[in-house]
Ligand binder design. Sequence first.
Ligand code: HAM
Length: 428
Amino acid sequence: MSKAKTIQSIRGVHDILPSQSPAWQHLEGCFRELLSHYGYSEMRMPILESTELFKRSIGEVTDIVEKEMYTFTDRNESSLTLRPEGTAGCVRAGIQHGLLYNQQQRIWYTGPMFRRERPQKGRYRQFHQIGVETFGMSGPDIDAELIALTARLWKILGLINIDLELNSIGSAESRKAYKAILVEYFSTDMSLLDEDSKRRLTSNPMRILDSKNPDMQALIQNAPSIIDHLDEESEAHFDQLKKLLDAMNIPYIINPRLVRGLDYYSKTVFEWTTNELGSQGTVCGGGRYDGLVEQLGSKPTPACGFAMGVERVLGLMEAQGISTDTPVPHFFMIMAGDEAQLAGMKLAEQLRSQFPQLKLICNCGGGSFKAQIKRADKSAAQYALIMGENEINNNSVTIKPMRDRDAQQQTLPQAELVTYIQSKELFS
Ligand code: HAM
């Protein structure tokens, strides 16, 4: 019989291995704690939503909806999509559960998102976001709070060299007027436009500003700036946001060409970018989306949020040499024979009850004494606890230091093990 072929994960989709998960947990833990200090609560949304939700929120003529969604027809003929981002689902859930109207909400979420992009370093088809959405606050104070807490997260993680790029894309009305000016500008000499830009000229002209084509850059640099065409209210909002950021000592770069790739934004938009991750240097992006709740069928509710790419933040930590400690077990229990296993596993449970913070691995799957010592060594445990015939007969246990080669192994009555562990101050 021929050997069965192994199956690989699909392109752009990755496993997060046990050796990698401490870094993930560290980032998630820092974020969770920080968010609870700022008064935010977690929401867990479904991964699968109706396709209509993303079409109506992200926008029909965006890259995400046009080319990147994983969409399929369910058995009952309804069209479903694996979420490409979290904002739409968060708003959908907020409306459905009556959390938004006339209320203030500060919500965060994390989980996998799916976009069928061309995979490369920092760009995946399944990736993870940590996101925050706020509702019911229309002023620039909440925009500033979101930016401040992101800046604080970089500090907590020890990250440097991340720039805050800031822009305002104004209200829907001022954007409409600005788009007309932009279309006029880009239409002057159509031969200067690439194919993508020609298409966007009629469908979504502001996205031309986002083009990465080097041949288009001179034209884009000279394009009319949205900041010069803001309505009065958006301008005042933007000015106050800048004052708040100045007061909080958060540096920013005004980038009038920052437009973001999703259609729901209004007024403030921002991105945190780094030059240490190659072409996928945006680690976090967000902004205000005051029209989205109404667009999805509820009463008008101001909103602002952001999401960061977990893989990119972790990639930057790696690039900057920030390591996260893999938790080291305190003890590895070695048990030679069936009798020893009974005594050893009993003792292990007693110790776990006595010391809730104890990290103790019990040898499972048998093996000679030598093989078990090898496993204890590989586990990186500080000490091996040895349970053998002698120990059973004497109600004792042997403690073998695994890391300090000069320290002696010793055999103690089991009753004294608690005092021994206390004396080592393992949990401080
Ligand atoms: P976004 O800019 O599309 O915004 O994504 C946010 C972040 O997710 C990006 O800055 C990037 O770090 C990461 N990201 C996006 N696509 C990929 C990918 N293919 N592979 C790896 N990382 C990726 C949003 O999704 C909005 N929902 C953010 C938001 C929340 N705006 C308001 N509230």
